[in-house]
Design a protein around this ligand. Sequence first.
Ligand code: UT7
Length: 322
Amino acid sequence: MRAKIIGTGSCLPEKIVTNDSLSGLVDTSDEWIQSRTGIRSRHLVSSKQETTLSMAAKAGQAALEDAGLLPQQLDLILVATVSSDFLTPSTACMVQKELGACHAAAFDINAACSGFLFALNTVDAYFQAGIYQTALIIGVETLSKLIDWSDRSTCVLFGDGAGAVAVKASEEGMVACLQGSDGSGGDILVCKSRRNNNPYVHTGTDLDYLYMNGQEVFKFAVKKEPECIQSLLQQAGMQPSDVDYYLLHQANYRIISSIARKLKLPLEKFPSNVGHCGNTSAASIPILLDEVHKKGMLAEGNTILLSGFGAGLTWGAALLKW
Ligand code: UT7
C-alpha cells in the first residue's frame, strides 16, 4: 500500500505585510524584492494567539474535514517544522492533544524546507510496511521569530503559515519518492537560536538568528532540484511532460522558472504562491497544494510532482497520482 492524499488544509496568519511596509524597516524596495524573488507580500503572525501550534492545528483540522476523517481515526501525525513553539513536547504531540487524535503516534521532523517531503516519504514507508493506514502530515513555520529583522538580505524573504494533508494507505497515490542530504554544505543556511545558560560552558546567552548565504543557496537549488526531479521521473519511467503539475518549494520565483526552463516545460505547469506567501519553508508545498486543490485545478488521475530543497542541506521529491 502507498500514501494517497485524500484531503488538504492550510492556515495563514491574518496580517499581510507588503514589500512597501518592509521598506520602512530596512533599506529595501518593492522593486528589488519583486525583481529578485517574485515576492509581493507575506503573512506574518501578529498576536500571541497565532503560534506554530495554532496554525498547525487549524491546517490539520481543515485537512481532516476535507478528507472526511475524524481525528480519532488517525494512526500517525507528523509535523515538519524548524520553528516549533517548544523544544518538547513536539508540535505533533501538541496537535494530537488539540485535535483529540487519541490513537495516533506523533512526532516532528526537522528537514527545513524539505521537511514536508521527508514527512510524506516517511508516511509512505510506514504504509508500505503495513504499520499504519491513516496519517496527518503538517508543514508549519513561524520563521518570523527566527529572523533578524535588521538583516535586509533575509527578512524580506520569509513568511509564516501552515499547510496539511490527510493521507490514507491505498493501492494508488504515491508513484515514487526520494530524499537526500548533504551535511557538508550545511553552513550556508544556519539558525542556532538556542539559549545556553550552562555555567560550565561559556557560550553566552545571545541568540543567533537565521543566517543565509543567498547566492550559494540559489546555486544549490537550481542545480540540485532539477537533478532530483529528473532522477525521480527516471525511477518512475516517465517524461517531464507526463506530469500535470509541478508543486515546488516556494522560495523564489526565479528558482522555479529556472527549473521549468531546464525541464523545457511551460510555466503554466508550475503553480506558484510565493508572490503572496513568501518562503514559508516546510509549509510552502502543502499550502500551495491546498490552494491548487481548492481552486479546483486538480482532477482525479492527475499526476503531480512535489519537490523541494532546504537547509541541512536537504532535498526531496514525490510523484503522486491525485
Ligand atoms: O528555502 C531555502 C531558502 N533560500 C533560498 O532559496 C534563497 C536563495 N537565494 C536567493 O533567492 C537570492 O540569492 C536572494 C533573493 C536571497 C538574493 O538575490 P541575489 O540576486 O543573489 O542578490 P545578492 O545577494 O547578490 O545581493 C545583491 C545586492 C547586494 O548589494 P551590493 O553588494 O551589490 O551592493 C545586497 O546587499 O543586493 C543587496 N541586497 C538588497 N538590496 C535591497 C540584499 N538584500 C536586499 C534587499 N533590498 N532586501
